[in-house]
Design a protein around this ligand. Structure first.
Ligand code: NAD
Length: 259
């Protein structure tokens, strides 16, 4: 098999949580272009359906939308049942849904802290357990978790302790699960993006000012990334091209964490 063949995902099934927009959409598109059938699992069904239709039209591969709140146990197990019925297998899971709030720690209501943890890390536990049942039975799978450079460094100047803490937990969860599930032939890795232009950050970039100047000062490449710049790493980690890679953190940050 040539190295290029190892990147191919023909007939494989990939779930992307938070796949309706932003980074999840771009990474999902890359997987669909490589041959995978896609499940766009998002709390926003209308947007997820539009994304699934776009993937099917553009690639000819099947893509379906599932309305899933990744913090809701019933939604997540229902999604797994629906995907099993539709495709009979799950090869790839992208745990990608996430939220961010800039709030000083002393002003952060406890229930908002818990919400950040629920969406950004506890959801990964829930979805990995539900999908893991299928992957363990198949004796095969690749899980990719979206952490962030915020799991490695503390961003400045904005206060976002909850986000940073949750993303640090994603990294340690990834390493722990990689160790436990190697025996099931399930690889678990994480991508750690730097500042990217998406719905999550577009208002900040539109406002500009001191915060954006600081972000760009600390990014050696001097610009934010665009979602498509995650596609190469996403496809690498999802596919057999990375067959000996597990428990790894791939930073994609224009050099931020190299400073
Ligand atoms: P985004 O807001 O553009 O997209 C997030 C998607 O997740 C949306 O489609 C939203 O509907 C969905 N979502 C939110 N809560 C959900 C829930 N409870 N259940 C299911 N779906 C839900 O954000 P993005 O910038 O594409 O971020 C995607 C991931 O990348 C997040 O984990 C984020 O922390 C991470 N990240 C983003 C950046 C950045 O600069 N944009 C940098 C590093 C990491």
């Amino acid at each position: 098999m040539s190295i290029l063949d190892k990147f191919k995902l023909d007939n494989q099934v990939a779930i992307v949580t938070g796949g309706a927009s932003g980074l999840g959409k771009a990474m999902g598109k890359g997987l669909a272009e490589a041959g995978a059938h896609l499940v766009i699992a998002d709390i926003n069904l209308e947007l997820a359906q539009a994304t699934a239709d776009e993937f099917t039209n553009d690639t000819g591969n099947k893509a379906i939308a599932c309305k899933v709140d990744v913090t809701n146990v019933d939604d997540v197990y229902q999604m797994v049942e629906d995907v099993k019925k539709e495709f009979g297998r799950i090869d790839i899971l992208f745990n990608n849904a996430g939220i961010n709030e800039h709030v000083k720690f002393e002003d952060m209501p406890y229930d908002r802290w818990v919400k950040n943890m629920d969406v950004n890390i506890n959801s990964m536990v829930l979805v990995s357990q539900a999908v893991g049942e299928v992957m363990i039975e198949q004796k095969r799978g690749s899980i990719v978790n979206t952490s962030s450079m915020s799991g490695i460094i503390v961003n400045t100047p904005q206060p976002q302790a909850a986000y940073n803490t949750s993303k640090g937990a994603v990294i340690m969860f990834t390493k722990s699960l990689a160790n436990e599930w190697a025996e099931h032939n399930i690889r678990v890795n994480t991508i750690a993006p730097g500042y990217m232009k998406t719905e999550l950050t577009k208002d900040y970039f539109a406002q500009g000012g001191e915060m954006i100047d600081t972000w760009m000062k600390f990014t050696p490449m001097g610009r934010p990334g665009v979602p498509e710049e995650l596609q190469g790493a996403a496809l690498y980690l999802a596919s057999d091209a990375s067959s000996f890679v597990t428990g790894s953190i791939v930073t994609i940050d224009g050099g931020y964490t190299a400073l």
